[in-house]
Design a protein around this ligand. Structure first.
Ligand code: SIN
Length: 483
C-alpha cells in the first residue's frame, strides 16, 4: 500500500501554491481530474489583488467588506489583505513576471468596487494563465492527471485518503493529510464562465459525510459574459475592461446602469449583473460592452487575449461592441473551514481556494480577490499542517465499493435539466416559489436511477437551494424578488 504525506486534490492556484510550500522531503501527490490547465485559475483574466502597502490594508478590507455586504468574517479579510504583502513578494521573488511599465514598476489596474488601483496582472488579460504556468513550473512534487476523486475515506472524525479513478481505474489513495483545492461549482449552471472540470463533486461528498457547507446561497454572477457560443464555458470579458473605462450600453447606446447605482459600471458585480438582467427584462433590449473610446493599439496591448479570441469569432475590437449577459462565475460559499483551512471536528482534512468558505467573501466577492485567496490560505493551511504533530495512525479497513457506478444511462439528460433549473430558479433573481419548485425537481432527480457523480452534483444543488430558502431577505448576491 502506498501512502502519501500530503494529497492535494486540485491543480489550480490554491493547490499548486500549497504544493510549492511543501518541502521536497515530504511525499506529496497533487491530483487533477483532467489536464492540469483545465481549472478556473487558467481562465482568470483580470488579475490578482494585492494591498499596495501597509497603509492600503484598511481600505482593501473596507472595499472587500462593502462588496460582501458586511457578511464577511472581518478577521479573515484582515488576514487576506495583510498576508498579500508577503505572498505577492514571495511570488515575484520566485520569478513570476507581472506586467510592468518601461521603468520596471508594477502596473496596477482597477476593477469594480475597488477604491484604488491595486490589481496586478500578467500578459495583459491572461493573469491566471501566466500564474498557472509559473506555478506548474515551480511545483517540484508529483502531479497526476486524469484522477477523479469520488469519495473521501473518513472514519471517526479523521480523513485517511480518497477513492478515485485514475485513468478510469478505481484506486484508493491514502495520505496523512488531504488538502481539498478542487474549486467551485460552475458546471451546475447553464451559463457559466468556469472550466468544465469544476462540478462540485467534493462538495457533494462533504454533504454526504456531514461536513458543513456554508454561505451556499451566495453564488456570484459575472456581469459581462458573451454567452452566444455553443460551448459549456462561456467567454468572460474581464472587469478590468470597465476598470479601464469601457461602458455598458443598451440598443440605444444609453448607459442605463446609473438607474440602478450611482457608480454605474463600477458598482459591485452583483449590482451590475442585476441591473443588466432587469433592464433586459424591462425594455426587451440587449446589453452591450462598448470599447469604442479606446485607441486600437493600446487596446490590443492591454487586452491581447480578448482581442484575439473575439477576432476569431469575427469581432473587430475595440471598434465593435459586443452583446453581454451575466453568467455564473464564482461560489462565495463552500466547505466551511477556519482561517487555516482546517475543518471543525475533522483531522487530516483541509480546504483552500474557491472550494473553501473562509468567510473572506461574505455575500459577494470583491473582484480579483480570488487568486489572492488561493495563495494566502494555501500558505496558511500548509503552515498549519507542517506545525502539528503527526501521530502514527492505523488505517482502518475501508470496504471495496463495487456498487459505485459513476455514470448511468440518463445522467446526461438530467444534468442538462439540473443546469437549466439552477439558472432559471436559483440564479440572479430568485423567488420563493421558484426555489421550492427547484427543490422538488432536485429531490425527484435524486430518486432516479443515477450515477454517483450526478448524485454528488445534486447534493450540492440541494445545499444551494436549501441555503437560499433559509435566507428570507436579499443580501449581496442572494436576491429574492417578491411575487
Ligand atoms: C475578471 O477578470 O473580471 C474576473 C476577475 C474575478 O473573478 O475576480
Amino acid at each position: 500500500m502506498v501512502k502519501y504525506d500530503v494529497l492535494i486534490i486540485g491543480a489550480g492556484i490554491a493547490g499548486l501554491y500549497a504544493a510549492m510550500q511543501l518541502p521536497k522531503s515530504k511525499k506529496v501527490l497533487v491530483v487533477c481530474k483532467d489536464i492540469p490547465w483545465e481549472c478556473n485559475t487558467f481562465y482568470a483574466q483580470g488579475g490578482m489583488v494585492t494591498a499596495l502597502d501597509e497603509s492600503d490594508i484598511a481600505l482593501h478590507v473596507h472595499d472587500t467588506m462593502e462588496a460582501g455586504s458586511y457578511h464577511n468574517d472581518k478577521n479573515a479579510v484582515e488576514i487576506l489583505s495583510r498576508t498579500s504583502l508577503e505572498t505577492t513578494a514571495d511570488i515575484i521573488a520566485k520569478g513570476m513576471q507581472f506586467d510592468t511599465n518601461d521603468k520596471g514598476k508594477l502596473l496596477y489596474t482597477k476593477e469594480a468596487a475597488h477604491s484604488v488601483e491595486r490589481i496586478i496582472h500578467a500578459g495583459g488579460d491572461a493573469t491566471g494563465r501566466y500564474m498557472h504556468y509559473f506555478m506548474m513550473v515551480q511545483n517540484k512534487h508529483q502531479l497526476q492527471r486524469n484522477t477523479l476523486v469520488y469519495d473521501l475515506l473518513i472514519e471517526n472524525g479523521r480523513c485517511y485518503g480518497v477513492k478515485a479513478t485514475v485513468n478510469y481505474e478505481p484506486t484508493t489513495i491514502f495520505a496523512d493529510d488531504v488538502i481539498i483545492a478542487s474549486g467551485g461549482i460552475g458546471s451546475l449552471y447553464a451559463y457559466n464562465t468556469n472550466s468544465r472540470t469544476v462540478s462540485s463533486d467534493i462538495h457533494g461528498i462533504c454533504v454526504e459525510k456531514g461536513i458543513e457547507l456554508s454561505d451556499m446561497e451566495f453564488m456570484q454572477f459575472h456581469p459581462t459574459v458573451f454567452v452566444e457560443t455553443p460551448y459549456a464555458r462561456k467567454l468572460l470579458l474581464t472587469e478590468a475592461l470597465r476598470g479601464e473605462g469601457a461602458h455598458i450600453v443598451d440598443d440605444e447606446g444609453r448607459r442605463f446602469l446609473f438607474e440602478y447605482d450611482e457608480r454605474g459600471e463600477l458598482a459591485s458585480r452583483d449590482i451590475v449583473s442585476r441591473g443588466i438582467f432587469k433592464h433586459k427584462r424591462k425594455t426587451g433590449q440587449k446589453a452591450y460592452l462598448d470599447f469604442s473610446m479606446f485607441e486600437k493599439k493600446w487596446f490590443e496591448q492591454r487586452f491581447p487575449n480578448i482581442t484575439r479570441t473575439f477576432a476569431a469569432l469575427g469581432y473587430n475590437f475595440p471598434h465593435d461592441k459586443i452583446s453581454i449577459s451575466p453568467a455564473f462565475h464564482y461560489s462565495n460559499g463552500g466547505i466551511k473551514c477556519d482561517t487555516n483551512g482546517a475543518i471543525a471536528g475533522m483531522q487530516g482534512l483541509y480546504v483552500i481556494g474557491e472550494a473553501a468558505r473562509t468567510g473572506v467573501h461574505g455575500a459577494n466577492r470583491l473582484a480579483s480577490n480570488s487568486l489572492l485567496e488561493g495563495v494566502v490560505f494555501a500558505k496558511r493551511a500548509v503552515e498549519h499542517l507542517l506545525s502539528k504533530e503527526q501521530p502514527s495512525v492505523k488505517i482502518p479497513k475501508f470496504e471495496k465499493d463495487c456498487g459505485n457506478i459513476l455514470h448511468k444511462e440518463n445522467d446526461k439528460r438530467y444534468k442538462q435539466k439540473l443546469r437549466q433549473v439552477m439558472w432559471d430558479d436559483i440564479g440572479i433573481i430568485r423567488t420563493t416559489k421558484g426555489l421550492h419548485e427547484a427543490k422538488n425537481i432536485i429531490y425527484d432527480m435524486k430518486n432516479k436511477e443515477i450515477g454517483r457523480l450526478l448524485k454528488l452534483r445534486l447534493n450540492t444543488a440541494s445545499a444551494i437551494v436549501d441555503a437560499a430558502l433559509a435566507r428570507k431577505e436579499s443580501l449581496g448576491s442572494h436576491y429574492i424578488e417578491s411575487e
